[in-house]
Design a protein around this ligand. Structure first.
Ligand code: NAP
Length: 239
């Protein structure tokens, strides 16, 4: 689970831990304290939530985190590529650094994590991968060329890896949330949020827990016939 201490990732970590899963959060150093807080709320009798430091934009760190998880827990059954960032500007104002930073975390990151765990899943004959894309990867969005391109690329990555490992017991799917109430949307101008809500048929932001329930459904052992799919969860904003 990448970026699993707050927002959508925090909700996914909590739901999976409540279900009894062992959750390994791979995150930046700043995430460690938040993950400990989450862990102390959830761990109870069994230590369910663990933190592994890793920047998903750096392959060596992804590989090291995956190796540490594998040697501590013996298996890697699930991967949720959730970590993501925004650096919004129109293309005319977007710097090359803003383009590269978003592609590195939001697209190369999932590729690096998949590469780090896929051999293990194939050897196990079982694996579930869920990539957190975005509605704007399907629709485009003003001021988000880098983010929309990365999230669209993530859908292409999802479908391709799904094809490559379909016979090996590993499924690969994507979820494409609309506007969800997290720090990421809190950072948007109030007017942009009001517009997003007004344009959403459900007339509200989504909740991280709602995305978490969809991710859990796709991770289920019994969801083995679902692969290469993109599940919208956007309150009807894009159909
Ligand atoms: P968020 O609250 O900003 O959380 C993002 C998480 O990613 C944080 O834990 C962050 O760690 C982590 N992260 C960022 N860069 C990282 C890196 N290089 N390595 C490891 N972890 C890193 O975002 P969110 O709204 O929950 O979004 C989660 C995912 O859903 C993202 O992929 C986002 O694009 C996608 N999404 C969100 C929305 C929405 O409306 N919120 C809609 C569609 C899709 P730190 O805490 O250390 O920064």
């Amino acid at each position: 689970m990448t970026g699993g201490s707050r927002g959508i990732g925090g909700a996914i970590s909590a739901l999976l831990a409540e279900d009894g899963a062992t959750v390994a959060v791979v995150g930046l150093p700043e995430d460690q304290a938040r993950t400990q807080t989450l862990a102390s709320r959830l761990n109870g009798a069994a230590p369910r939530v663990h933190f592994y430091e890793g920047d998903v934009g750096l392959f060596d760190q992804c590989r090291a985190a995956a190796e540490a998880v594998r040697s501590a827990h013996g298996r890697i059954d699930y991967l949720v590529n959730n970590a993501g960032i925004t650096r919004d500007h129109t293309v005319r104002k977007m710097s090359v650094e803003e383009w590269q930073a978003v592609l590195q975390v939001n697209l190369s990151g999932p590729f690096f994590m998949i590469k780090a765990v896929l051999d293990t899943m194939v050897e196990q004959g079982f694996g579930r991968i869920v990539n957190v894309s975005s509605v704007v990867g399907e629709s485009g969005n003003f001021g988000q060329a880098n983010y929309a391109a990365a999230k669209a690329g993530l859908i292409g990555l999802t479908k391709t890896v799904a094809l490559e490992v379909a016979k090996r017991g590993v499924t690969v799917n994507a979820v494409a949330p609309g506007f969800i109430d997290t720090d990421m949307t809190k950072a948007m101008p109030a007017e942009a949020i009001e517009n997003a809500i007004a344009q959403t048929p459900k007339q509200r932001l989504g909740k991280p827990e709602e995305v978490a329930r969809l991710v859990r459904f796709l991770l289920d052992e019994k969801a083995g016939y679902i692969t290469g799919a993109v599940y919208n969860i956007n309150g009807g904003w894009y159909m």
